[in-house]
Unconditional design. Structure first.
Length: 195
């Protein structure tokens, strides 16, 4: 579930408390907290709503000037039903403090390396974590297409899996490209030393 940047700022300020989506079935669950560029957003409730029951106040609470503008935001020719989703800002992204943590014990570094080996082991692409970390380290702020060309991995697969490294606090995503986080540099040094 994606949000436009303008809507994210409204959610953070509390001005936006609703979202409307047209889906065959919900792609999210009540209670989850979604990572976004402004931090975590919590899904408070999800309910089916008839188009005729949407009013102007709903549209304004979803960040639109009118019901008509809200309805035009749905993809053309989209099938499914309309869902009314109650949302709220939850907190800053916890990965920010995670990626800045560099005072790691040997045990903490070894635990992260075990997680990386597990990602490699359970991947159909084989070992990839070290290669991707080294590529990002050597080419900071390179976009996914460039990394894909250098490594031979498919772009969409790459973006999904770099997110796994980000969740461990090892990478930072920018508007364009990625870089190794301070924590990631500590872990990468150990990975390089092991080879």
């Amino acid at each position: 579930m994606l949000f436009k940047e303008v809507h994210l700022h409204g959610i953070k300020s509390g001005a936006i408390t609703l979202a409307f989506r047209k889906w065959q079935k919900p792609s999210i669950k009540v209670g989850i907290r979604m990572h976004t560029s402004i931090g975590l957003i919590e899904i408070k409730s999800i309910e089916v709503i008839a188009e005729s029951d949407i009013n102007k106040a709903d549209a304004i609470n979803a960040g639109f000037a009118s019901k008509e503008q809200l309805l035009k935001s749905f993809p053309k020719n989209s099938n499914g039903v309309i869902y009314r989703i109650n949302i709220s800002y939850y907190s800053e992204d916890p990965r920010i403090s995670l990626r800045e943590h560099t005072n790691l014990s040997e045990q903490e570094i070894n635990d992260i390396i075990k997680k990386l080996k597990s990602l490699d082991k359970h991947s159909k692409k084989g070992d990839w974590t070290r290669q991707i970390l080294l590529t990002i380290n050597d080419h900071p702020n390179m976009h996914a297409i460039g990394i894909a060309k250098l490594t031979g991995f498919e772009k969409e697969w790459l973006k999904l899996n770099i997110r796994k490294l980000k969740n461990l606090g090892l990478t930072i995503s920018h508007t364009v490209g990625y870089e190794i986080s301070p924590k990631g540099k500590v872990v990468l040094e150990k990975l390089i030393a092991e080879k």
